[in-house]
Design a protein around this ligand. Structure first.
Ligand code: AMP
Ligand code: MG
Length: 305
Protein backbone atom coordinates (compact mmCIF):
# COMPACT_ATOMS: atom_id res chain seq x y z
CA UNK A 1 0.00 0.00 0.00
CA UNK A 2 1.31 3.46 -0.83
CA UNK A 3 0.96 6.24 1.69
CA UNK A 4 -0.15 9.68 0.50
CA UNK A 5 2.53 12.24 1.38
CA UNK A 6 1.39 14.83 3.92
CA UNK A 7 0.36 18.27 2.76
CA UNK A 8 2.98 20.93 3.52
CA UNK A 9 1.77 24.09 5.31
CA UNK A 10 3.91 27.22 4.93
CA UNK A 11 3.51 30.87 5.85
CA UNK A 12 3.00 32.96 2.71
CA UNK A 13 6.28 34.85 3.12
CA UNK A 14 9.02 35.13 0.46
CA UNK A 15 10.35 31.65 1.18
CA UNK A 16 6.85 30.13 1.14
CA UNK A 17 5.98 31.83 -2.15
CA UNK A 18 9.27 30.67 -3.73
CA UNK A 19 8.52 27.09 -2.62
CA UNK A 20 4.98 27.36 -4.05
CA UNK A 21 6.39 28.51 -7.41
CA UNK A 22 8.71 25.48 -7.42
CA UNK A 23 5.89 23.03 -6.65
CA UNK A 24 3.69 24.60 -9.35
CA UNK A 25 6.48 24.47 -11.98
CA UNK A 26 6.81 20.77 -11.28
CA UNK A 27 3.07 20.29 -11.91
CA UNK A 28 1.94 20.12 -8.25
CA UNK A 29 -1.09 21.51 -6.42
CA UNK A 30 -0.85 24.52 -4.11
CA UNK A 31 -3.66 26.21 -2.14
CA UNK A 32 -3.12 29.96 -2.33
CA UNK A 33 -4.95 32.82 -0.58
CA UNK A 34 -6.78 35.23 -2.88
CA UNK A 35 -8.98 38.19 -1.93
CA UNK A 36 -12.08 36.04 -2.61
CA UNK A 37 -11.45 32.55 -1.18
CA UNK A 38 -8.44 30.18 -1.09
CA UNK A 39 -7.77 28.83 -4.58
CA UNK A 40 -6.39 25.40 -5.45
CA UNK A 41 -3.78 26.30 -8.06
CA UNK A 42 -2.08 24.25 -10.77
CA UNK A 43 -0.35 25.30 -13.98
CA UNK A 44 -3.08 25.89 -16.55
CA UNK A 45 -0.85 24.87 -19.47
CA UNK A 46 -0.42 21.28 -18.25
CA UNK A 47 -3.17 18.70 -18.70
CA UNK A 48 -1.57 16.47 -16.03
CA UNK A 49 -1.44 19.28 -13.47
CA UNK A 50 -5.04 20.33 -14.20
CA UNK A 51 -6.24 16.72 -13.92
CA UNK A 52 -4.90 16.70 -10.37
CA UNK A 53 -7.23 19.59 -9.46
CA UNK A 54 -10.30 17.68 -10.62
CA UNK A 55 -9.11 14.59 -8.80
CA UNK A 56 -8.27 16.31 -5.50
CA UNK A 57 -11.59 18.18 -5.44
CA UNK A 58 -13.71 15.35 -6.78
CA UNK A 59 -14.94 17.97 -9.25
CA UNK A 60 -16.99 16.89 -12.27
CA UNK A 61 -14.92 17.39 -15.42
CA UNK A 62 -17.69 19.36 -17.16
CA UNK A 63 -17.16 22.20 -14.68
CA UNK A 64 -14.52 24.55 -16.17
CA UNK A 65 -11.91 26.37 -14.08
CA UNK A 66 -11.02 30.04 -13.71
CA UNK A 67 -7.55 30.88 -15.06
CA UNK A 68 -5.60 33.44 -13.02
CA UNK A 69 -3.28 35.89 -14.75
CA UNK A 70 -1.11 38.84 -13.74
CA UNK A 71 -2.85 41.47 -15.84
CA UNK A 72 -4.69 42.37 -19.01
CA UNK A 73 -1.57 41.90 -21.11
CA UNK A 74 -1.15 38.30 -20.03
CA UNK A 75 -4.91 37.72 -20.40
CA UNK A 76 -4.66 38.77 -24.06
CA UNK A 77 -2.41 35.74 -24.72
CA UNK A 78 -5.27 33.38 -23.93
CA UNK A 79 -8.44 35.20 -25.02
CA UNK A 80 -9.74 37.88 -27.33
CA UNK A 81 -10.39 41.04 -25.33
CA UNK A 82 -13.01 43.17 -27.03
CA UNK A 83 -13.55 46.79 -25.90
CA UNK A 84 -16.11 45.83 -23.27
CA UNK A 85 -13.66 43.36 -21.71
CA UNK A 86 -10.84 45.91 -21.70
CA UNK A 87 -13.03 48.52 -20.00
CA UNK A 88 -14.05 46.07 -17.27
CA UNK A 89 -10.46 44.85 -16.81
CA UNK A 90 -9.24 48.43 -16.54
CA UNK A 91 -11.94 49.28 -14.01
CA UNK A 92 -11.73 46.17 -11.80
CA UNK A 93 -8.42 44.32 -12.29
CA UNK A 94 -6.65 43.33 -10.24
CA UNK A 95 -9.77 42.34 -8.32
CA UNK A 96 -12.64 39.90 -7.79
CA UNK A 97 -14.03 39.96 -11.35
CA UNK A 98 -13.84 36.98 -13.71
CA UNK A 99 -14.41 37.56 -17.43
CA UNK A 100 -15.63 34.74 -19.69
CA UNK A 101 -14.09 35.42 -23.10
CA UNK A 102 -13.50 33.74 -26.45
CA UNK A 103 -10.58 31.34 -26.12
CA UNK A 104 -7.70 32.01 -28.55
CA UNK A 105 -6.82 29.09 -30.83
CA UNK A 106 -3.16 29.47 -29.88
CA UNK A 107 -3.79 29.85 -26.13
CA UNK A 108 -1.88 26.70 -25.23
CA UNK A 109 -4.05 25.98 -22.19
CA UNK A 110 -4.94 22.42 -21.22
CA UNK A 111 -8.33 21.64 -22.84
CA UNK A 112 -9.58 20.34 -19.48
CA UNK A 113 -9.25 23.86 -18.00
CA UNK A 114 -12.13 25.07 -20.15
CA UNK A 115 -13.87 21.68 -20.06
CA UNK A 116 -13.59 21.70 -23.84
CA UNK A 117 -15.56 24.98 -24.25
CA UNK A 118 -14.47 27.62 -26.76
CA UNK A 119 -14.55 30.20 -23.99
CA UNK A 120 -12.18 30.72 -21.08
CA UNK A 121 -12.76 32.37 -17.69
CA UNK A 122 -9.93 34.78 -16.79
CA UNK A 123 -9.23 36.82 -13.67
CA UNK A 124 -6.34 38.97 -12.41
CA UNK A 125 -6.48 38.58 -8.61
CA UNK A 126 -5.56 41.40 -6.22
CA UNK A 127 -4.23 39.44 -3.23
CA UNK A 128 -0.54 40.33 -2.70
CA UNK A 129 0.44 36.64 -2.22
CA UNK A 130 -1.24 35.48 -5.43
CA UNK A 131 0.24 38.46 -7.28
CA UNK A 132 3.74 37.76 -6.01
CA UNK A 133 3.36 34.14 -7.05
CA UNK A 134 2.10 35.00 -10.56
CA UNK A 135 5.14 37.28 -10.99
CA UNK A 136 7.54 34.40 -10.30
CA UNK A 137 6.11 32.00 -12.86
CA UNK A 138 5.69 32.24 -16.62
CA UNK A 139 2.44 30.28 -16.90
CA UNK A 140 -1.13 31.11 -15.74
CA UNK A 141 -2.79 29.30 -12.85
CA UNK A 142 -6.03 27.36 -12.99
CA UNK A 143 -7.54 27.76 -9.54
CA UNK A 144 -11.01 26.80 -8.35
CA UNK A 145 -11.86 27.12 -4.67
CA UNK A 146 -9.65 24.89 -2.49
CA UNK A 147 -12.37 22.58 -1.12
CA UNK A 148 -13.94 19.24 -1.99
CA UNK A 149 -16.44 19.81 -4.79
CA UNK A 150 -19.88 21.00 -3.71
CA UNK A 151 -18.74 21.83 -0.20
CA UNK A 152 -18.25 25.24 1.47
CA UNK A 153 -15.48 27.44 0.05
CA UNK A 154 -12.41 27.98 2.29
CA UNK A 155 -11.52 31.42 3.63
CA UNK A 156 -8.68 30.27 5.91
CA UNK A 157 -5.76 27.83 5.57
CA UNK A 158 -7.44 25.74 8.28
CA UNK A 159 -10.56 25.34 6.13
CA UNK A 160 -8.37 24.14 3.24
CA UNK A 161 -6.64 21.51 5.35
CA UNK A 162 -9.94 20.33 6.84
CA UNK A 163 -11.07 19.51 3.31
CA UNK A 164 -7.93 18.61 1.34
CA UNK A 165 -5.18 17.50 3.76
CA UNK A 166 -3.17 14.69 2.16
CA UNK A 167 -4.71 15.37 -1.27
CA UNK A 168 -2.60 18.40 -2.28
CA UNK A 169 1.09 19.29 -2.04
CA UNK A 170 1.15 22.61 -0.23
CA UNK A 171 -1.00 25.23 1.51
CA UNK A 172 0.27 28.81 1.70
CA UNK A 173 -1.18 30.45 4.81
CA UNK A 174 -1.87 34.13 4.15
CA UNK A 175 -4.54 34.65 6.82
CA UNK A 176 -8.29 35.03 6.25
CA UNK A 177 -9.59 36.21 2.85
CA UNK A 178 -10.88 39.77 2.68
CA UNK A 179 -13.83 39.61 0.28
CA UNK A 180 -14.81 36.11 1.39
CA UNK A 181 -17.10 35.36 -1.57
CA UNK A 182 -16.17 33.93 -4.97
CA UNK A 183 -15.56 36.43 -7.78
CA UNK A 184 -18.31 38.00 -9.83
CA UNK A 185 -18.41 36.20 -13.22
CA UNK A 186 -19.38 38.16 -16.34
CA UNK A 187 -19.54 36.76 -19.88
CA UNK A 188 -18.54 39.14 -22.66
CA UNK A 189 -20.59 38.28 -25.75
CA UNK A 190 -19.46 38.59 -29.38
CA UNK A 191 -21.61 41.72 -29.77
CA UNK A 192 -19.88 43.30 -26.75
CA UNK A 193 -22.84 42.86 -24.39
CA UNK A 194 -22.15 41.69 -20.84
CA UNK A 195 -24.10 39.02 -18.95
CA UNK A 196 -23.52 38.43 -15.25
CA UNK A 197 -23.27 34.65 -14.71
CA UNK A 198 -22.56 34.72 -10.97
CA UNK A 199 -23.06 37.64 -8.54
CA UNK A 200 -20.08 38.43 -6.32
CA UNK A 201 -18.09 41.15 -4.59
CA UNK A 202 -18.29 43.46 -7.63
CA UNK A 203 -21.85 44.53 -8.41
CA UNK A 204 -22.42 44.51 -12.17
CA UNK A 205 -26.18 44.01 -11.87
CA UNK A 206 -28.26 40.86 -11.55
CA UNK A 207 -27.48 37.57 -13.30
CA UNK A 208 -29.30 37.08 -16.59
CA UNK A 209 -32.17 34.59 -16.46
CA UNK A 210 -30.63 32.03 -18.77
CA UNK A 211 -32.27 28.77 -19.70
CA UNK A 212 -29.01 26.87 -20.09
CA UNK A 213 -26.52 26.63 -17.27
CA UNK A 214 -23.23 28.11 -18.40
CA UNK A 215 -21.42 28.22 -15.11
CA UNK A 216 -21.95 25.25 -12.78
CA UNK A 217 -21.59 27.78 -9.95
CA UNK A 218 -25.14 28.58 -11.08
CA UNK A 219 -26.38 25.12 -10.12
CA UNK A 220 -29.15 25.38 -7.54
CA UNK A 221 -27.26 23.30 -5.01
CA UNK A 222 -23.69 24.27 -4.21
CA UNK A 223 -21.72 25.41 -1.18
CA UNK A 224 -23.51 22.79 0.91
CA UNK A 225 -22.70 22.49 4.64
CA UNK A 226 -24.13 18.94 4.73
CA UNK A 227 -27.15 19.69 6.94
CA UNK A 228 -30.45 21.56 6.51
CA UNK A 229 -30.19 25.35 6.33
CA UNK A 230 -33.20 27.60 7.15
CA UNK A 231 -33.03 31.13 5.75
CA UNK A 232 -34.57 34.43 6.92
CA UNK A 233 -34.85 33.05 10.45
CA UNK A 234 -36.03 35.62 12.97
CA UNK A 235 -35.31 33.28 15.88
CA UNK A 236 -33.68 29.89 16.34
CA UNK A 237 -34.92 26.50 17.51
CA UNK A 238 -32.89 24.69 20.23
CA UNK A 239 -31.47 22.23 17.66
CA UNK A 240 -30.32 24.97 15.27
CA UNK A 241 -26.89 26.59 14.98
CA UNK A 242 -27.86 30.23 14.52
CA UNK A 243 -25.90 32.45 12.12
CA UNK A 244 -26.74 36.01 13.08
CA UNK A 245 -26.55 39.44 11.52
CA UNK A 246 -26.90 42.87 13.12
CA UNK A 247 -28.96 42.77 16.31
CA UNK A 248 -29.49 38.99 16.10
CA UNK A 249 -26.08 37.73 17.15
CA UNK A 250 -26.66 33.94 17.31
CA UNK A 251 -23.87 31.33 17.64
CA UNK A 252 -21.78 33.03 14.96
CA UNK A 253 -22.45 36.60 13.88
CA UNK A 254 -21.79 37.63 10.28
CA UNK A 255 -21.54 41.24 11.43
CA UNK A 256 -22.79 42.66 14.71
CA UNK A 257 -22.59 46.12 13.14
CA UNK A 258 -24.82 44.98 10.27
CA UNK A 259 -22.02 45.61 7.75
CA UNK A 260 -22.49 43.64 4.51
CA UNK A 261 -18.80 43.63 3.53
CA UNK A 262 -17.91 42.14 6.88
CA UNK A 263 -20.76 39.65 6.50
CA UNK A 264 -19.44 38.54 3.10
CA UNK A 265 -15.96 38.05 4.54
CA UNK A 266 -17.33 35.97 7.42
CA UNK A 267 -20.03 33.97 5.64
CA UNK A 268 -18.07 30.80 4.91
CA UNK A 269 -16.38 30.81 8.31
CA UNK A 270 -19.80 30.85 10.00
CA UNK A 271 -21.07 28.13 7.64
CA UNK A 272 -17.97 26.01 8.42
CA UNK A 273 -18.65 26.48 12.15
CA UNK A 274 -22.29 25.56 11.64
CA UNK A 275 -21.30 22.46 9.65
CA UNK A 276 -18.87 21.37 12.39
CA UNK A 277 -21.25 22.07 15.29
CA UNK A 278 -23.20 19.33 17.07
CA UNK A 279 -26.50 20.99 16.13
CA UNK A 280 -28.20 19.06 13.32
CA UNK A 281 -29.56 22.17 11.57
CA UNK A 282 -28.47 25.71 10.69
CA UNK A 283 -30.61 28.86 10.76
CA UNK A 284 -29.54 32.16 9.21
CA UNK A 285 -30.88 35.62 10.07
CA UNK A 286 -32.29 37.76 7.23
CA UNK A 287 -29.62 39.52 5.17
CA UNK A 288 -30.57 42.73 3.32
CA UNK A 289 -30.65 42.11 -0.44
CA UNK A 290 -28.57 45.20 -1.32
CA UNK A 291 -25.07 45.50 -2.80
CA UNK A 292 -22.91 42.50 -1.79
CA UNK A 293 -25.93 41.26 0.21
CA UNK A 294 -27.27 39.99 -3.13
CA UNK A 295 -24.22 37.77 -3.57
CA UNK A 296 -24.45 36.61 0.07
CA UNK A 297 -28.11 35.65 -0.42
CA UNK A 298 -27.22 33.89 -3.70
CA UNK A 299 -24.71 31.66 -1.85
CA UNK A 300 -27.12 31.11 1.06
CA UNK A 301 -29.93 29.98 -1.26
CA UNK A 302 -27.57 27.39 -2.78
CA UNK A 303 -26.41 26.30 0.69
CA UNK A 304 -30.08 25.82 1.65
CA UNK A 305 -31.22 24.10 -1.56
P1 AMP B 1 -15.07 27.95 -8.75
O1 AMP B 1 -13.67 28.19 -9.17
O2 AMP B 1 -15.29 26.65 -8.06
O3 AMP B 1 -15.63 29.14 -8.03
O4 AMP B 1 -15.92 27.84 -10.09
C1 AMP B 1 -15.58 28.60 -11.20
C2 AMP B 1 -16.80 29.03 -11.89
O5 AMP B 1 -16.43 29.63 -13.15
C3 AMP B 1 -17.70 27.86 -12.21
O6 AMP B 1 -19.03 28.22 -11.92
C4 AMP B 1 -17.46 27.69 -13.68
O7 AMP B 1 -18.49 27.08 -14.34
C5 AMP B 1 -17.25 29.10 -14.16
N1 AMP B 1 -16.56 29.10 -15.46
C6 AMP B 1 -15.30 28.80 -15.69
N2 AMP B 1 -15.04 28.82 -17.02
C7 AMP B 1 -16.18 29.15 -17.64
C8 AMP B 1 -16.58 29.33 -18.99
N3 AMP B 1 -15.71 29.17 -19.99
N4 AMP B 1 -17.85 29.66 -19.25
C9 AMP B 1 -18.74 29.81 -18.24
N5 AMP B 1 -18.43 29.66 -16.95
C10 AMP B 1 -17.17 29.33 -16.63
MG1 MG C 1 -15.97 26.37 -5.70
Amino acid sequence: MTCKPATELLLADDAGIARAAEVLRAGGLVAVPTETVYGLAARADSAEAVAKIYEAKGRPSFNPLIVHVRDEEQAARYADLPGAARSLAEAYWPGPLTLVLSLRQDAGLAPTVTAGLDTVALRAPAHPVMRALLKQIDFPLAAPSANRSGYISPTTAGHVLASLDGRIDLVLDGGPCEAGLESTIAAIRADGSVDVLRPGPIDLGDPAESSSIEAPGQLAQHYAPGKPVRLNARDSEPDEFMIGFGEMSGDCSLSEAGDLQEAAARLYDCLHQGAASEKPRIAVAPIPDDEVGKAINDRLRRAAA
